[in-house]
Design a protein around this ligand. Structure first.
Ligand code: MN
Length: 243
């Protein structure tokens, strides 16, 4: 098995090396990751400047671009497509509405758009606590192969920050929902100019049973199959009736 690994926290992130270490035991791995933290980059491509690929001492490739750039370049440069693309392990959860902003999910989505199965992995809490346990969980998920599913698949996985023995079972979940994000934080730079920081994500609005929020709150590993079609099919039918 050949696996392409990316992330959005950058090529130096502990979650990336933990994932690469865990998967190198069961597959040939290739790593293409951003040269800096690009969390929140979503599915953006860099079209306003050239990109370059460099290679770190540990063999990881790093790119001065977004997670989507990394996977896009890697899939174009590799002589044969990988069997699987994985992203992460992200420094914090990507659940509910987070998935739209996430660079971790975006890296996996780019592979999915190329027809390659892909899995995005995130730890529920930032800070890398129990990252080795999360990497072991990720390896076990990859080893399942999911042969019975239609290819390609796009999975969003969130893993609680717990010791391996305390992590609950893999739990198929739907995305929950969040309230709208907290307001921007208004501040001043040292020269007295007004600046803004993007605020925190909103609190959970739908964290009920069956959601990713609910599964991980129970200590389980949430796995959500994603799709890319944004069409609102009910409204499309209604629109056809009135236009
Ligand atoms: Mn991130």
């Amino acid at each position: 098995m050949r696996i392409l690994i990316s992330n959005d926290d950058g090529y130096l992130a502990p979650g990336l090396s933990a994932l690469a270490d865990a998967l190198s035991a069961i597959a040939d791995i290739v790593v293409f990751a951003p040269d800096s933290n690009r969390s929140g980059a979503s599915n953006s491509l860099s079209l306003d400047r050239p990109l370059s690929v460099q290679r770190a001492a540990n063999g990881f490739h790093f790119v001065n671009g977004t997670p989507t750039d990394c996977v896009h370049i890697a899939l174009t440069m590799m002589d044969a497509p990988p069997d699987l693309v994985v992203s992460g392990i992200n420094n914090g959860q990507n659940m509910g509405d987070d998935t739209l902003y996430s660079g971790t999910v975006a890296a996996a989505t780019e592979a999915y758009l190329y027809g390659i199965p892909a899995i995005a992995f995130s730890q529920v809490n930032p800070g890398w606590a129990h990252i080795d346990a999360a990497a072991r969980v990720a390896r076990e998920i990859v080893e399942r192969r999911f042969d019975k599913l239609d290819l390609p698949f796009l999975f969003n996985v969130n893993i609680p920050n717990l010791p391996f023995e305390q992590i609950g079972p893999l739990t198929p979940s739907r995305l929950g929902r969040r309230h709208q994000a907290e307001p921007v934080i208004r501040s001043q730079d040292p020269r007295g100019r007004e600046i803004f920081w993007i605020g925190a994500p909103g609190a959970c609005r739908d964290a009920g049973e069956g959601t990713d929020f609910h599964a991980t709150a129970q200590g389980c590993v949430s796995i959500t199959p994603l799709q890319v079609d944004l069409t609102h099919k009910t409204q499309l039918e209604l629109l056809r009736g009135i236009v």
